[in-house]
Design a protein around this ligand. Structure first.
Ligand code: FES
Length: 102
C-alpha cells in the first residue's frame, strides 16, 4: 500500500507504507523532508502535512493534543494534520499528502 506525497520542492513520491507505523515515521525514513524531531509527541510540528481534500473525511479526526499544536502554527490550513498522529493501515492505500511548512 502506498502513500503519495508531494515534497516541499513540488516533487511527488509514491512510498511503500508499513502497517502500524506512524505516517511521520514512513515519511522520515524515506528522507522526503520530514525530520520528526520530537519522535511523535505533537511537539515539533516538523511532520506537518496537508491532506488531499478527498481524504479528509477518511482519516480519524485529530485528538486534542494534535488540535492544540496545529492551532499554534501560523501556517495552519483546514486540511492540516500532524502526520505523527496518523497510524498507517492499508485501508489508507493511495493517501495523498503534501509536506507543509512548520
Ligand atoms: Fe513532532 Fe509530529 S513528529 S509533532
Amino acid at each position: 500500500a502506498q502513500i503519495i506525497v508531494t515534497d516541499r520542492k513540488g516533487e511527488t513520491h509514491a512510498l511503500e507504507a508499513v502497517e502500524g507505523w506512524r505516517v511521520m515515521e514512513i515519511l522520515r525514513d524515506y528522507g522526503v523532508g520530514v525530520a520528526g524531531t520530537c519522535g511523535g509527541g505533537c511537539d515539533c510540528a516538523s511532520c506537518h502535512v496537508l491532506v488531499d481534500e478527498d481524504w479528509m473525511d477518511r482519516l480519524y479526526p485529530p485528538r486534542e493534543e494534535e488540535e492544540f499544536k496545529l492551532d499554534e502554527l501560523p501556517m495552519v490550513q483546514p486540511n492540516s494534520r500532524l502526520s505523527c498522529q496518523i497510524i498507517w493501515d492499508d485501508s489508507l492505500d493511495g493517501l495523498k499528502l503534501t509536506l507543509a511548512d512548520y
